[in-house]
Design a protein around this ligand. Structure first.
Ligand code: HEC
Ligand code: HEC
Length: 187
């Protein structure tokens, strides 16, 4: 009973490829890559600093920042209550105060808290809502920015963002290379 298998193998070997990879639509793959990015982007370590109102959040339940603080006109707090009055350029473990260089809130137009991956994707690509960045600059920010990087070293027993910052940077690059497609809205 070996013979039919040999015939089959020979037939397969001579078959022409149906489509080369360059003809495959990269959009589904690109959406899949953004879904992987979104697991990080929607994580509490990120969205707690990306709210649409004037108050940072804390913890995995996005509780209002305690002590109460305000965004202020430059996203850095108000006079006498600047973010960097308490937040240093590194975590202060004993006081449980998170820290990284230049600690402040993301501007309102970059708000992600409570948004869907599709909404975050759309605004991430929109220079009017992403700080005037190109896709390459977004990738660079994700891969190298110290406030982003803090998400994997949050200190004081906080849950880190999934994966590593280098992995996020690599996935973001593949997402851009496959056309930077956004997920379809599911609701
Ligand atoms: C301490 C607060 C803070 C944390 C934590 C933080 N960000 Fe941000 N984020 C900012 C600020 C401030 C900006 C605006 C920087 C600028 O435009 O110069 C920003 C901007 C961005 C941008 C570029 C603009 C946009 O929204 O399209 C991306 C991308 C981003 N953050 C990703 C992340 C990710 C991913 C995490 C979590 C791993 C994270 N951030 C955690 C404060 C934070
Ligand atoms: C009076 C001191 C103080 C000021 C001012 C302050 N913070 Fe905080 N912040 C803290 C402390 C303390 C914690 C830790 C709370 C905890 O986890 O127990 C904290 C936690 C946070 C967290 C939580 C991170 C997480 O994912 O759990 C964010 C985000 C944050 N602060 C942002 C800011 C921003 C942005 C500003 C300026 C607008 C600011 N803070 C001003 C003391 C301060």
């Amino acid at each position: 009973m070996r013979f039919p298998w040999l015939v089959l193998l020979a037939a397969c070997g001579s078959a022409k490829p149906v489509a080369s990879t360059s003809q495959v639509d990269p959009t589904p793959r690109s959406r899949e890559l953004f879904a992987q990015m979104a697991v990080v982007l929607t994580h509490p370590r990120c969205v707690n600093c990306h709210p649409a109102d004037n108050t940072p959040r804390q913890g995995n339940d996005h509780a209002f920042h305690d002590p109460p603080v305000l965004r202020g006109t430059a996203d850095r707090g108000v006079v006498g209550m600047q973010c960097t009055t308490c937040h240093q350029d590194h975590n202060a473990e004993l006081a449980r105060i998170p820290g990284a260089p230049g600690w402040h809130l993301a501007p309102v137009e970059m708000a992600w808290l409570g948004k869907t991956p599709a909404q975050i994707c759309a605004q991430l690509k929109d220079p009017a809502r992403n700080g005037g960045r190109t896709l390459a600059q977004i990738q660079d920010h994700l891969a190298h920015d110290p406030l982003v990087g803090w998400g994997w070293h949050p200190g004081a027993g906080r849950e880190p963002a999934p994966g590593t910052q280098a992995e996020l940077g690599a996935i973001a690059q593949q997402w851009i290379d496959t056309g930077a497609a956004c997920p379809e809205e599911t609701r």
